[in-house]
Design a binder for this molecule. Structure first.
Ligand SMILES: *Cc1c(COP(=O)(O)O)cnc(C)c1O
Length: 216
């Protein structure tokens, strides 16, 4: 299944993040040997222990909720944090990036599903956050775009609408705050069950786990 999906995504220039949570290092290496370099994890501990034993040219993406006191464990190596949803977290990531003398790419996570969840910003909160953030210079953190998860439902119209909403949020932030920032270009949306809809609605990155690794 991996080969098929990888070539499908390559053909439409969409980046694949192989979501390897709960999967073993051996399973990750199978995809690594096929050329996959971007992997996503949702838990800091698991991310760190896999980083330590796997090849160092793997690009690690944190896609799950991040507690402030755990930023320091991933700051030395993480490529991108997809789940930033408050200003304090952003500041801590920046502080840790400076300590490690590197630049960390982040995405702002938006709450687009109709389901109840604690995580993710709405557009109003994002604008507040960006007002604070934009007052100073930032060299060690780059806001590269947006991330969201659609509802778990068979109602594809609903899912499509949620992806459309995220795309609209992206476009609004791009024109208001990032029109001169080429790196603000990522829309991370779409998982095993809905990645094709996400791509139709403008995803630049999809996060796929069970479809390529098998069920969890
Ligand atoms: C687990 C997870 C995925 C991948 O889910 P699959 O349905 O296995 O493809 C994508 N994004 C996030 C944030 C996840 O936690």
């Amino acid at each position: 299944m991996y080969d098929q999906i990888a070539s499908e995504l390559k053909a439409c220039h969409v980046k694949l993040i192989a979501v390897s949570k709960t999967k073993s290092p051996e399973q990750i290496l199978v995809l690594y040997e096929k050329g996959q370099r971007a992997f996503g994890e949702n838990k800091v501990q698991e991310l760190v222990s896999k980083y330590e034993i796997l090849p160092k040219d793997i690009e690690w993406h944190l896609i799950g909720h991040l507690q402030k006191n755990k930023v320091k464990y991933i700051a030395p190596f993480v490529k991108m944090i997809h789940s930033v949803d408050n200003a304090e977290l952003l500041q801590i990531i920046e502080k840790e990036a400076i300590k490690n003398n590197r630049t960390i790419d982040i995405l702002l996570q938006f709450y687009i599903a109709t389901e109840d969840t604690k995580f993710g910003l709405d557009i109003k909160e994002a604008i507040e956050l960006l007002k604070i953030f934009n007052f100073s210079n930032h060299e060690n953190i780059r806001i590269c775009g947006v991330m969201g998860m659609a509802s778990f439902t068979d109602d594809t119209n609903n899912v499509r609408q949620e992806f459309k909403n995220l795309k609209n949020i992206f476009s609004e932030l791009k024109s208001r705050y990032f029109s001169d920032k080429a790196y603000f270009k990522e829309i991370s949306m779409g998982m095993s069950g809905d990645y094709r809809i996400a791509i139709e609605e403008g995803a630049t990155t999809v996060r796929i786990g069970s479809l390529i690794f098998g069920g969890r």
